[in-house]
Design a binder for this molecule. Structure first.
Ligand code: EPZ
Length: 417
């Protein structure tokens, strides 16, 4: 296993380019199941989760080839309708293949994803929506069995805003008979990306990105080529890295409008953020001010930036109150940040962070994808040396992050453990 060694205290300077979005690419890959033939996806990030998705598609019989950033997926040859536990357990988003397999073949057998470090993450709303479209769903031996001669359009109202649930039902309804309306749909930009690619395949989807999505079922979809949107969470992580080190960086290829909630809170903390000709400049202040945040569905403050923002508040002036309202167990980075000398107390889903002058570098262990990012950020700002182990969590969602940070002047290396 690899680990990262960081010598803190360097002010980040220079330019970095963000990769394609993990959370947009995963459903885009799955949607190719609906369109037999050769699909091409560009600006694909080079990540473990992408490789896992490729393995899932190949296990179904699809042919996948590509050099990392451009991936060609031919799904004509799909001859299995089963996504097995050993694949689904490594990446829960694989459960999204259920709807497309059901829509195309009338049946599917997909392992239940099980929980993950940040929470139980049930898929009850996915399954309830598929049943509303006419699927017969049974759960046995840890698998979801689904059958439907042809899915029929329906009105579906989500109890809670679910990104995966919205994506899943957009895909399943694309070729269902008649109209489907998704109410209280999630509005994340990654959903807009999926809607755009499905429409390029011939789907008739309106309202992706709003809380009401209308889908007129079509008889079939044809293969398409599509460019993945930039990864807004990777971009946000670099913004915080600049802010925490008093740096001054320019980020290429990101869409600042995808991160309004984060940018406004960072500006409240004293960070200068400007955007011109598609380049975002982020300048950290001498001393950060503390700011309160509450994570919310988009366009609210993104839960995927909570751990990184908390790392920043550890070295801000004053106290900041951070409430995590999306997942029930997304404070695992706290116990590791305490090892850097941070002053954080937790009460239920709320953490109170009292800013200190300086963090001190420490050996630490990643527990989930975004928690590992927060430990790297702490290490960049801390005095002395930091080690972060179990960075396979990091490789799920960040493409060569240590190279990109080193390119900004950070003293960070990846070594074999
Ligand atoms: C997506 O997960 C992202 N993953 C997550 O990013 C992100 O944190 C999350 O959306 C919220 O923005 C991908 O896109 C691959 P949800 P998803 O369904 O779709 C509850 C990262 O770090 N819920 O919007 O699984 C659920 O328990 C990852 O990149 C149900 O109760 O999230 C949670 O509390 C982490 N029943 C809330 O909804 C359901 O059927 C939001 O979950 C579905 C969800």
């Amino acid at each position: 296993m690899d680990k990262l060694i960081i010598k803190g205290g360097k002010k980040l300077k220079g330019e970095v380019t963000v990769s394609g979005s993990k959370n947009a690419a995963l459903p885009l890959f799955v949607a190719t199941i609906l369109a037999p033939g050769l699909n091409e996806i560009r600006n694909v990030p080079f990540l473990r989760d992408i490789n896992t998705t490729i393995k899932v598609l190949e296990s179904l019989g699809a042919q996948v080839e590509g050099n990392g950033h451009v991936v060609r997926i031919n799904t004509s040859g799909i001859n299995s309708h089963e996504a097995t536990y050993d694949l689904v357990k490594t990446m829960r988003a694989s459960v999204l293949v259920l709807g497309p397999l059901l829509a195309r073949f009338g049946q599917a057998r997909v392992s239940l994803p099980g929980g993950c470090a940040i929470g139980a993450r049930p898929i009850n709303l996915h399954l309830k929506g598929l049943q509303a479209l006419g699927a017969e769903i049974t759960l046995e031996h840890g698998y979801v069995e689904a059958k439907a001669r042809r899915l029929k359009g329906a009105r579906i109202n989500f109890d809670v805003s679910t990104v995966g649930g919205t994506e899943h039902l957009m895909m399943a309804a694309a070729t269902a008979k008649g109209e489907t309306v998704l109410e209280n749909a999630a509005r994340e930009p990654e959903i807009v990306d999926l809607g755009m690619m499905l429409n390029r395949m011939g789907a008739k989807i309106e309202g992706a990105g709003t809380d009401t999505i209308r889908i007129q079922g079509v008889s079939e979809l044809s293969p398409a080529s599509y460019e993945v949107m930039p990864d807004r969470i990777e971009a946000g992580t670099f913004m915080i890295a600049a802010a925490m080190t008093g740096g001054d960086i320019r980020i290429n290829g990101m869409k600042l409008e995808h991160l309004d909630a984060l940018a406004f809170k960072m500006q409240d903390a004293g960070v200068e953020i400007t955007s011109r000709d598609g380049v975002v400049r982020v300048k950290g202040p001498k001393r950060l001010a503390s700011v309160n945040i509450k994570t919310r569905p988009y366009p609210g403050f993104p839960t995927d930036m909570q751990a990184q923002f908390m790392a920043m508040m550890c070295v801000a002036d004053g106290a900041s109150v951070i409430s995590e309202n999306i997942f029930e167990n997304r404070f695992m980075h706290v116990s590791e940040l305490l090892r850097f000398g941070a002053d954080i107390t937790i009460e239920g889903n709320t953490a109170t962070v009292k800013g200190i002058k300086k963090l001190s570098g420490a050996p630490s262990m990643a527990t989930d994808l975004r928690a590992s990012a927060s430990l790297i950020l702490a290490g960049l700002a801390a005095d002395g040396t930091t080690e972060v182990t179990r960075i396979y969590h990091l490789d799920r969602g960040y493409e060569s992050i240590e190279k990109k940070l080193a390119g900004l002047g950070a003293d960070i290396i990846r070594v074999k453990e």
